[in-house]
Design a protein around this ligand. Structure first.
Ligand code: BGC
Length: 255
């Protein structure tokens, strides 16, 4: 499907990888709905940037971990743009806490924002797409940690592992409706989630050394993969993940 005039929802779209995805999809002529719980001003600024690209973007006050708010997001896309073609489950948080010191509140926050939101967004987006009758795309932004342990970030890894299986299982379930579901697993990306690493030269040096390409990625380097997956060129990809990590998961200490 050519992306021009398609309608997308990108959760967590006003910062980090989500913001880059919004701008990349807008470049291709997609109309976009994003949510915000905090930073309405960042959403306003982004709406204006997207409008300057000739496309439309609206921000909706919605907490993606709540099902009625997800319904509100989809309702807004349909009310404003008439349909929904692409849903990007991008919103995510991490606590950087181990299995020994993660509190119940931290666990709930990570699982609800990362995994519960992706599950119910998939359910609701799929129902809307099925009612339209011509398929759709759901793209789950996971992490290399959908399949690779990050000691000291256990709940996060759990949530991303869950998204990996959501992608696979729902991808199989929804294939008869031509709803294609693919996960994108970024490695280390220059976004606010990684500020503590980027601000610490010793930590950053260690991280860069572990990445075969020798550097963190820009959010735009993930966004271009997402726009490919949303478009015609990815018409035979579903129930799988694309890892975009500069080789990080395969790096070897040189045995
Ligand atoms: C995590 C980061 C981590 C990166 C690479 C991301 O999913 O959010 O904290 O640096 O993976 O390990």
């Amino acid at each position: 499907m050519p992306l021009k005039n398609k309608v997308a929802i990108v959760t967590g779209g006003n910062t980090g990888i989500g913001k880059a995805i919004v701008l990349e999809l807008a470049k291709h002529g997609v109309n976009i709905v994003i949510d915000y719980v905090t930073h309405p001003e960042a959403t306003d600024a982004l709406e204006q940037k997207v409008a300057a690209l000739g496309d439309k973007c609206i921000g909706i006050d919605a907490d993606v971990s709540k099902v009625p708010d997800l319904e509100k997001l989809i309702g807004a896309a349909v009310a404003k743009f008439g349909r929904l073609d692409i849903f990007v489950n991008n919103a995510g948080i991490e606590t950087r806490t181990s299995v020994l010191d993660t509190t119940e509140d931290q666990y709930d926050a990570v699982m609800n924002i990362n995994l519960k939101s992706a599950f119910f967004a998939t359910q609701l987006a799929a129902k809307q797409m099925i009612s339209q009758g011509d398929g759709g795309r759901i793209i789950n932004i996971t992490s290399v940690h959908e399949d690779w342990p990050m000691p000291g970030n256990t709940a996060y890894c759990l949530s991303k592992g869950g998204m990996r299986m959501l992608t696979r299982t729902a991808g199989v379930e929804l294939a008869p409706h031509n709803i294609l579901i693919v996960g994108v697993g970024p490695g280390a990306i220059e976004t606010p989630i990684n500020t503590s690493t980027m601000d610490d030269p010793a930590k950053l040096k260690k991280l860069d050394a572990a990445i075969p390409l020798g550097r963190m990625a820009k959010p735009e380097e993930i966004a271009t993969v997402v726009s490919f997956l949303a478009g015609d060129g990815a018409s035979y990809m579903t129930a799988t993940s694309v890892i975009v990590d500069g080789g990080l998961m395969q790096s070897s200490p040189g045995l």
